[in-house]
Design a binder for this molecule. Structure first.
Ligand SMILES: [Zn+2]
Length: 346
């Protein structure tokens, strides 16, 4: 008797690309402030959302369909919803906030400030943000022939240690900016408020399918954004044991030029990282450059072994990246010391 999860939360492209960058960037740039802070920001967002996912997954109610993160087109715009809840009676938008410290919300000034260790930062009004998403979703639903389902928005503070101060004691704010801990009570409130079925089982099913079909995760050009170029990156495959690079191609395996460790599949992660960091396709020539090998035949057999989709049958064939939602989710920082180095930043 718990909600049905229609779409599992996946790491954002930006988070996957930050992780890829830690694997690909030269050791001396690995602690570059811009890379570390981009990574920390994305990781904190992801962790906060996972907290809310867990709370929602334990809500004892079965007629709830959950999309853990979705980005939809409402042309010419795209809009992103942290968590979308569908029922036959109403739709819920959860906007997740992962900030810590004290949140002061002023509903009259429509302003949110965060206080941590004496430092004050201002943020966009989360209620206005959630309302903007509601307007976008309303537009999207109308294009799909759905007109009268009520949409409710909740701004969910992911961590119990965050204090929310509703400066104007505005009653609406108490029902809009909530702690993750009280999510179940607020869902109960909405369940009591909306008792009439608006959607049929069939239209709900159809709606779920359209949402999945139109989900378009954002892709970020992280190298440009962080000012990273070719000379900051490792050429070829680095050895996981001793950092030496590039590993050499022997018959069907890779060998470290320094410690002589071997690896059968070292190319796979590097090619996936290329897709995350550079572009969404790769040719035979680009593959040889990435892996620092000369043989077109070896590149061909390597690309073929990865079962990637490709565009045509000739020599200029482009092998295509998987969808962002299909990338491996494991955070592997394959260099012995690097994951420890990253943890130190927390
Ligand atoms: Zn080595």
């Amino acid at each position: 008797m718990t909600p049905t999860n229609i779409k599992q939360r996946k790491k954002s492209h930006e988070l996957l690309a930050c992780e890829a960058l830690f694997r690909r960037v030269l050791k001396e740039y690995r602690q570059k402030e811009s890379i570390v802070s981009a990574y920390k920001r994305e990781k904190a967002g992801y962790d906060g959302e996972k907290n809310v996912d867990y709370k929602l997954s334990t809500y004892p109610h079965k007629d709830l369909f959950v999309f853990q993160g979705i980005r939809l087109p409402n042309f010419p715009f795209y809009f992103q919803i942290d968590t979308l809840i569908l029922t036959r009676r109403f739709i819920g938008i959860l906007e997740v906030k992962n900030k810590k410290g004290t949140f002061n919300y002023d509903s009259k000034q429509q302003q949110l400030t965060q206080e941590v260790n004496g430092e004050v930062k201002s943020f966009k009004d989360p209620i206005l943000q959630a309302k903007a998403q509601k307007t976008h979703l309303r537009g999207w639903l109308e294009k799909h022939g759905i007109f009268n389902v009520p949409i409710e928005t909740l701004v969910v503070i992911a961590y119990p240690t965050t204090t929310i101060v509703n400066i104007r004691e505005d009653p609406e704010v108490y029902n809009t900016i909530i702690h993750n801990e009280s999510l179940h009570e607020h869902l109960n409130r909405l369940n009591r408020k909306y008792t009439k079925n608006i959607l049929t089982n069939n239209s709900l099913k159809k709606l779920c399918r359209s949402l999945l079909d139109e989900d378009a995760p954002l892709r970020t050009d992280i190298l440009t954004q962080l000012g990273i170029n070719k000379q900051h990156l490792i050429a070829g495959i680095p050895c996981e044991r001793c950092y030496a690079y590039p590993m050499n191609r022997l018959y069907k395996k890779w060998q470290c030029p320094s410690c002589l460790a071997t690896d059968l599949k070292a190319h796979e992660r590097i090619i996936l990282d290329y897709f995350l960091l550079h572009q969404t396709s790769i040719t035979n020539k680009e593959c040889r450059e990435v892996l620092q090998i000369d043989s077109p035949r070896t590149a061909h057999s390597i690309l073929k072994s990865m079962h990637l989709q490709h565009d045509r049958e000739n020599r200029a064939r482009k092998y295509l990246a998987p969808s962002i939602n299909d990338f491996p989710q494991r955070s592997t920082f394959p260099y012995i010391n690097s994951s420890k180095q990253i943890e130190q930043f927390y």
